[in-house]
Design a protein around this ligand. Structure first.
Ligand code: F3S
Length: 426
């Protein structure tokens, strides 16, 4: 791998042992990927504060310097961690102090995380605490090289914003935050951003649920490749696009997609494929939509619902407002809970706008920082949950051993107030 003079200087220890360890990690990682050089990045989205038993042990042994050194730098010893070299944000983490009393989450983890926030905050990390940093001000520009974790955020950054990032991990983002570098491979290169599959939508895709179904079907077909969508769909909004991408990254490993006439690198079909031959289309029709719906609902048999989970990826203000409108003047069924996960910054606005009060008056909660899948935490005794998120329906049954129903947001709110699942594919 070719290093610039500056990079070599960092590797040689001119900026201290933690930066040297970070550069060494990036070189080893880059060599394993056959990257010829490093990209300069000025936007890192990673995770340091998320509690775990291993992290608790490392912090007890040598503080957060030790936890960061071992987990985020793959070092063998405790190194003093300096301020971040480039703008860095903390993605989703565990549940915070405001969840106590609602979420069965270990209090020692809440405490550990609060401590971790102080450590990274003092080193310049913005604790956004969300899987949707792009909803709360972290908006890289088109063509900008980044180092982001979190599959739903990565696919949004590449596809919707036109920024360039691979799906990084805790160690590579830790190293990137101290050096402003990441191996230049994969989605950083033009050729790896061109479409591989043409997908023709032959059945109307016009609402939030349908974008999740389309994403789930497409991810299953293309796996880690790059679909190009054309056909019978309405103009998606931010919420539709985040659902589509998260679903495609769950059933497959999609990190980049194009919607012709919508996403920035696909003004036309020809532009989306570049020098590649445009392949025969894969069709998403009624049968494919039904198959995706049935697959997402094959973990549900009991129609008595005790938990409704909304906001995966974390909800937009519009989604919180929609739920408030749907719950206004109603009460959740006895024994049923409703949580809507949101970025902390948007939860502040939702509260100020009165949406949270309406949701709480009905018995629901707006929660932040995390989600049941990330923190393995749902209301005590949950057996059957309902969600409007293809990603949560895909993962949570396996993580918590519970049944799942997937449908529209309105069907989920109906389940919350009746305690029964009555959804169907219209
Ligand atoms: Fe976010 Fe959790 Fe979904 S981290 S994308 S709400 S699985």
């Amino acid at each position: 791998m070719i290093l610039t003079d500056d990079e070599q200087r960092m590797r040689d220890g001119a900026e201290g042992p933690a930066v040297a360890a970070a550069m060494d990690l990036l070189v080893r990682y880059g060599q394993a990927l056959d990257a010829e050089r490093l990209c300069t990045v000025r936007n890192v989205a990673g995770t340091t504060t998320q509690p775990s038993p291993v992290k608790a042990r490392l912090v007890a042994e040598g503080g957060w310097d030790r936890a960061f050194s071992i987990i985020n730098l793959d070092a063998d010893e405790t190194l003093p961690i300096p301020p971040m070299a480039v703008p860095t944000c903390q993605l989703q983490q565990g549940f915070g102090p405001d969840s106590v009393g609602t979420v069965p989450y270990p209090p020692e983890f809440v405490e550990l995380q609060t401590d971790g926030e102080a450590f990274v905050g003092a080193r310049g990390v913005s604790v956004l605490a969300t899987c949707t940093p792009y909803q709360v001000g972290n908006l890289p520009v088109r063509g900008e090289h980044c180092a982001w974790m979190e599959s739903s955020a990565v696919v949004y950054a590449n596809s919707v914003l036109g920024a360039r990032t691979n799906c990084e991990g805790g160690a590579s983002t830790g190293a990137a935050s101290l050096t402003g570098r990441i191996p230049c491979w994969g989605n950083h290169h033009d050729a790896h951003r061109l479409g591989t599959h043409l997908v023709r939508v032959d059945t109307p895709v016009s609402e939030f649920r349908d974008w999740g179904l389309l994403g789930y079907a497409v991810g299953d077909v293309v796996q880690e490749a790059r679909p190009v969508i054309v056909g019978d769909h309405a103009l998606p909004d931010l919420t539709d696009l985040k659902h589509f991408g998260a679903a495609a990254a769950s059933s497959g490993g999609v990190e980049m997609y194009h919607i012709v006439g919508v996403t920035p690198e696909a003004p036309t079909v020809a532009a989306a494929f570049g020098e590649r031959r445009v392949p025969e289309p894969v069709v998403f029709g009624e049968a494919e939509k039904r198959a995706a719906y049935d697959r997402l609902n094959d973990q549900g048999s009991d129609t008595d619902v005790d938990f409704v989970l909304l906001g995966c990826p974390h909800a937009s203000l519009e989604q919180i407002h929609d739920v408030a409108r749907a719950l206004d003047g109603r009460r959740l069924a006895d024994g049923t809970q409703l949580w809507i996960m949101a970025p902390r910054a948007l939860a502040v606005v939702a509260e100020r706008s009165g949406h949270t009060a309406v949701i709480e008056a009905a018995g629901g909660r707006v929660l932040t920082d995390s989600c049941p899948a990330m923190s393995r935490a749902a209301p005590v005794g949950t057996r059957v949950f309902a969600t409007d998120s293809a990603k949560q329906a895909h993962y949570l049954p396996a993580i918590l051993g519970i049944q799942a129903w997937f449908g529209t947001t309105a069907e989920c709110v109906d389940a919350a107030v009746t305690g029964r699942w009555r959804g169907e594919l219209s």
